[in-house]
Design a protein around this ligand. Structure first.
Ligand code: URA
Length: 235
């Protein structure tokens, strides 16, 4: 890892400031002054800044969780409700959710301690489609389906962006929809369905871009594969 990134990840300053400190001769590697900001820090290198030894940055870890309903997507809760973090029983790294799912929504949630990746994936300019299965009350008329696909007014400045919506099944008085959206507005799927007159009875996220929930059981989690991590970094 580049020296300036290593120093910045220790949380003491920005990468630019790290470059300045390095050029000023305030950084030592294994006891010797290092003035090259582009130095590639090796495993086992001891990095000192201004006489203080930095702790090696945490390794990045990436998980996919099948969030059950009833768990909230925060790291701690003042009302003492169970959090998604409490499900990661053998994860010692301090990870954070990438985006969020409502308490009453189940399904795929990504968690990581890689802040750059979280920022990258969550940025509105990234058109990563999230896929949901929504069981809604009633049957959808053609114009309602059209509206969902083309954008609906959910009481904000702008209507929702075009969505991919498919009717999967019509049962007794309910319809199972697959909805793919590339925005992440608060309770968006529920509000979109409500806007066309249908209450969401159950909601599950089944994919984020190419990352699939698959057969992961509710409450269980798995590590993302190197390929999935690469995909998220480049999406
Ligand atoms: N849309 C919702 O309504 N809820 C979620 O949790 C995610 C998307």
């Amino acid at each position: 890892m580049r020296l300036n990134k290593y120093i910045a990840q220790a949380g003491i300053c920005s990468r630019r400031k790290a470059d300045e400190l390095t050029k000023e001769g305030k950084v030592k590697i294994n006891g010797a002054v290092m003035k090259e900001p582009g130095y590639d820090v090796q495993d086992g290198d001891v990095v000192m800044v201004g006489g203080v030894t930095l702790e090696a940055p945490e390794q990045h870890v990436y998980y996919a969780l099948n969030k059950p309903c009833g768990y909230i997507t925060t790291t701690s809760d003042e009302k003492d409700r169970p959090t998604v973090i409490s499900l990661l029983t053998d994860v010692t790294a301090r990870v954070y959710p990438v985006g969020r799912l409502d308490g009453d929504t189940s399904g795929l949630l990504l968690l990581t301690n890689d802040g750059d990746l979280t920022y990258h994936v969550s940025h509105p300019s990234k058109k990563v489609y999230k896929t949901y299965l929504a069981l809604v009350a009633g049957y959808l008329k053609k114009d309602e389906l059209w509206a969902l696909r083309n954008g609906v007014d959910i009481g904000e400045k702008r209507p929702t962006a075009p969505a991919r919506v498919t009717i999967l099944k019509e049962k007794s008085d309910t319809t199972l929809l697959e909805i793919q959206i590339c925005e992440g507005r608060n309770r968006q799927v529920r509000r979109m369905c409500k806007a066309v007159g249908h209450t969401v009875l159950e909601l599950q996220r089944t994919a984020i871009g190419e990352i699939k929930l698959g057969r992961l059981l509710e409450g269980n989690y798995r590590k993302l594969t190197p390929r999935e991590i690469e995909y998220l970094k480049n999406c």
